[in-house]
Design a protein around this ligand. Sequence first.
Ligand code: CP
Length: 316
Amino acid sequence: MLLPGRHLLGIEGLNPAVINSLLDLAESYALLNRSGKTRRDVLRSKTLINLFFEDSTRTRTSFELAGKRLGADVINMPVSTSSVSKGETLLDTAATLNAMNCDILVVRHKSSGAPALLAQKVDAAVINAGDGMHEHPTQALLDALTIRRHRGRLEGLIVVICGDIAHSRVARSNFLLLTSMGCHVRVIGPPTLIPAGIEQFGVTVYHDMRPALEGADVVMALRLQTERMIVDQTGGGLIPSAREYFTYFGLDPAKLSYAKPDVLVMHPGPMNRGVEIASQVADDSAHSVIREQVEMGVAVRMAVLDTLAQRAFGNV
Ligand code: CP
């Protein structure tokens, strides 16, 4: 199954058949990765450039691994020491890389829509690796793959997404993917961190952890994205303090007990332990699949690159 376009800019626009096809392919790459048979030549003689204007550990490293395992030449462009620091614009930077005949640009940027803008200007296939508060499509795909591996399906599951919904591209991509695959998605957080009109995504809003978590199959904790929060002129923030936030919304063993006994605990990372999640919960292998999410990130990015190569390059 091909992607609807040359690029992967978001979950928006992907139908359930395409999503299932990506997850099936990612599952086969996950098995190959575990067996140690990691080398493929799907992207032989192709160049992939990681262009990250925001920090990353998981996404950038897994795109690098995925690209190399598929045979691509992978370049991590160090934005902080590039000519961006001399004032070169995003578009000029992308045009420069495009002139070097790069085939795939993996882009992370603080501005929502930056990858979509680049996709209109370059010949390379563009993958959105997280843009502002908009989307993080490969994160949602790896989350879905992780859930599917444990539950065997997505349809009908109750998935609770906790915390800073307002600033989270992970939440947005997950709403789009999980609701389209038949999950019941609940969001929970303080009113200041739940954007108005969020119900249009087909999710149910809660402000109290107990009813939100009751009957949950999956609980996903999100980081407070303080770098995206606008503090008012008096220095007032969106939460009174990290300690108070943890008391009411932090995922700890007591709150987790409201969910189903076999609930899965997820977090996209990076985690702030003691703020949105307790170490006891994050490290409890009976429930936590946080490390597996990271592992599935490589498999999902291999599947995305492979599928995109079929569309963009046809012959490979
Ligand atoms: N989940 C995620 O995007 O992590 P990184 O910021 O480390 O890439």
